[in-house]
Design a protein around this ligand. Structure first.
Ligand SMILES: Cc1cc2nc3c(=O)[nH]c(=O)nc-3n(C[C@H](O)[C@H](O)[C@H](O)COP(=O)(O)O)c2cc1C
Length: 246
């Protein structure tokens, strides 16, 4: 089969995809979303089982989920502020406490923590948000819950019966989807943040009980906001190549 894309062109294309964290409100036609899904389905899959399902939220459905997320985030972030009242309210009402299908926030292992801290420090530094300005940091993180303004949020569910291989398949699917979006002139942001509270998402779709919410993907056209020119560090391959005995 002939291919139109040369190796170096393809490498450039891959490298030019960057996470989008500010979107225009311009709607994305349903046919275009279907094209992204069709492209995503060309990813390899464990015994071709495709152990994932996708919820597509746009329009009022998107707005309802965002509203509930923002409300829960407000309750959760009140507890992060100094003072006892916010913490007490969260403890008593439990409204805002993470309730995810998969564990979203967990302590980073010691060997990975420096990488997580680096990208955080660099992103907030780029946005000129001081390290100790918790309010601004929380506000920036809170933008996750309006999907950074994106008109569409996809929600990826994986079959719990295949364990890690469902999640791995979903990752391959997501990467194809985000590259397809990039090729179509769309931006995307994978969002673990969108899996923090599963209930408001499950309430919007008919999700079989064995499917668990893994994460969201915000999709839309990029704005020219500064945050979209942030370039996360790309680790050299020497960092991931295992040493050998010889
Ligand atoms: C599964 C997954 C979840 C992510 N969750 C978030 C998120 O909740 N919020 C966010 O701003 N970025 C999120 N990201 C984006 C990463 O921070 C980003 O991919 C990384 O810093 C590398 O930057 P790049 O995509 O521009 O190359 C997520 C990425 C992945 C793969």
């Amino acid at each position: 089969m002939t291919k139109n894309t040369s190796g170096p062109e393809f490498s450039d294309f891959l490298a030019s995809r960057r996470t989008t964290r500010d979107f225009l409100t311009t709607p994305v036609p349903e046919e275009l979303i279907d094209q992204l899904l069709t492209d995503a389905m060309t990813a390899p899959s464990w015994s071709n089982t495709r152990p994932y399902l996708v919820g597509i939220a746009s329009g009022e459905r998107r707005d309802r989920i965002s509203k509930e997320f923002l409300s829960r985030w407000e309750a959760a972030s009140a507890a992060l502020k100094p003072g006892i009242m916010g913490k007490l309210k969260l403890f008593i009402t439990r409204y805002g406490l993470p309730k995810s299908d998969y564990k979203v926030f967990r302590p980073y292992p010691n060997d990975l923590k420096p990488r997580q801290q680096k990208v955080g420090a660099e992103l907030y530094g780029f946005l000129e948000i001081p390290r100790d300005d918790k309010q601004k940091r929380q506000a920036q993180w809170g933008r996750n819950y309006e999907f950074f303004g994106a008109p569409v949020s996809l929600f990826i569910f994986t079959h719990s019966g295949l364990g890690e291989y469902s999640v791995s398949d979903a990752g391959l699917f997501m990467q194809n989807l985000m590259l397809s979006a990039h090729a179509q002139g769309l931006g995307s942001c994978a969002q673990g943040a969108s899996a923090l509270w599963a209930e408001p998402v499950r309430a919007e779709f008919k999700v079989p009980k064995e499917y668990k919410l893994l994460c969201g993907i915000a999709i839309g056209y990029q704005s020219d906001a500064k945050v979209n020119s942030f370039q996360a560090d790309r680790l050299p391959i020497s960092e991931i190549k295992l040493a050998t005995d010889d």
